[in-house]
Design a protein around this ligand. Sequence first.
Ligand code: ADP
Ligand code: SF4
Length: 692
Amino acid sequence: MNRSRDPRYDILFEPMKIGPVTAKNRFYQVPHCNGGGYRDPSAAAAMRRIKSEGGWGVIFTEQTEMHHTSEITPFIELRLWDDADIPALAKMAEAMHEHGALAGIQLAYSGINGPNLYTKEVPRGPSALPIRTFTNDPVQARAMDRQDIRDLRRWHRNAYRRAKQAGFDLVCLYGAHGFGIIQHFLSTATNQRSDEYGGSLENRSRLMRELIEEGRDAISDTCGLTLRLSLDEMIGELGFANSEVREMIEMHAELPDLWDLAHGAWEDCSGPSRFKEEGAQESLVSGIKKLTSKPVVGVGRFTSPDTMVRMIRSGTLDFIGCARPSIADPFLPKKIEEGRPDDIRECIGCNICITGDMTMSISRCTQNPTFMEEWRKGWHPERMQAKGASESVLIVGGGPAGLEAARALALRGYEVAIAEAGGELGGRVTRESKLPGLSAWGRVRDYRQYQLSQMPNVNVYLESRLSAEDILSFGFQNVAVATGSTWRRDGVARAHVVPMPIDRSMPIFTPDDLMGGKVPNGNVVLFDDDHYYMGGVLAELMARQGAKVTLVTPSAFVSDWTRNTLEQGAIHRRLAEHGVKIVLNRTIQRIGANGATSACVYTGATRVIEADAVVLVTSRLQDDTVWTDLKARAAEWADHGIKSIKVIGDAEAPGPIAWATYAGHRFAREMDEPDIGDALPFRREVAALAAD
Ligand code: ADP
Ligand code: SF4
């Protein structure tokens, strides 16, 4: 169907000038990491190309280290250390340009944030202080002297020239999230100098002014120069607080070609939906536009076109900045433009994408399984290859794996049936989205359910628990078993690889019990040996309902793995606010009639924590009975006209939701494709060996 854009969204498509260049619309993909960076330049470039196709007016790179004296190993971003880096960046700029976006590069000199573990250079900052990284590296920076500042200015001039040579239209100086030297100079927390670069706000902004003015001399004929700052450093008066940010913008109102306003540290800026609403930074940014005639861009996990319009009409922002929403749906602008906003695959705010960067692997997205697979696997977020030789596919289980498999297969043109045992679709997503703060996760189901409802070649059967016998008798040519998983009741995970001794008189609960509405009260011990969000969320749920909760974990952190989703601090704070007692570095050895015996993971010293009930958040068992039954009858498949049966998602091996949507998508992509045997199932780039 050919629909046209709703006129109330026209304002989002107005062209906007940024210095000497013009963006075709107000959709501004702010810089974001992807875990690929310099190691996977073609994968990163292809990902940006898809965003160009998706209609973004401005597309930025991730953080680009602009000089070797300041790098952030082990994190993998981009590099512009010398001319050798230009070709990879030129490829990126070209990809951004392909469908008419402005190509932007974010230059970072990491200063007090760069430990230089790879280059072994001594870090430099405004003042001599320890390096500020996630990993508390035992490294300090020396204070820059005047010669260092002259060097830094020259290095910037070199970087400007290289960025222009690579073909970028916009150069952004990074001074946000505590990651860039401009912020380090602006903030009294990191700038304790007494020369002309320290002290007054005017002095602290001197370096910023010099760098921008020199940039203007170097490249302003073809490039816009933008500045990315945090709206508030979020460390109180000592830091660069919102009031001072405003003062500084007023002081230098016309200095950059655009003000790109991020927020706090990265944790503050990329708050997950569990802790932050869409548009959460509105009050911090509102009014800033009045201080300058230059355009202002801000972020806020914007996925709703109405909110975007409100941001523009209220005079809060000129550009709608998006990182995560552009990852979850690279075609977000295009879908609004084509009058189909209901097709937007809304970001759920889970921050799984960020874990790709934090673990230096490669990013994934829960909602968009094609993210970072555009080049590696040739996957497009909106298009699938045409159907292969067979016709029909039965999906057993309507959780995230089953739903994504069904959607993607239906798009290819297969006849698809989903059989779901329960009365509604969504599987674990439906259950988990009812937990405190996780309602946005329901979008994983909602997007797919809506897409499936629009396709004539899909049938959904609810209340249909299938057995192997049923499946064999139905006569579908292909089957995906996506039957999910169940939380274990025996304590097996990492601390206990065999079942834990449990007294039968102690009531034991699993996450499935709690999500099913059976929530214990009184004195409850929650043992978290899972380490992702579930333990913390359930502790919050029980505390909200009046239980006295003690959370015990063998880790040194509550919900340890959520350090990778940037929410560990917020989780600990939330639990403390709700009176949850947090017991770290202790395991549960055994569960008795009156309580749990905990043991220190270092000394083994034990003590009993009294409890009326124990909740075990340990690990999950794959629900693969249907699959094992089918496998046992493999000899009968052909007689029933079955070409293939596969087990996917949590039923194969439990993992985060993003793993399930990926598995579903992969199943759909590989249907009827030739077997590649032992070949690597994706493309990769191997560094060229030097001649000597
Ligand atoms: P995943 O994350 O892999 O998609 P989920 O646990 O979210 O796994 O979803 C699995 C879905 O499969 C659940 O909705 C469950 O009700 C359904 N299911 C489990 N066993 C059967 C079965 N035998 N027949 C049909 N549906 C099933
Ligand atoms: Fe949004 Fe989660 Fe995708 Fe990141 S991984 S873009 S937070 S849905």
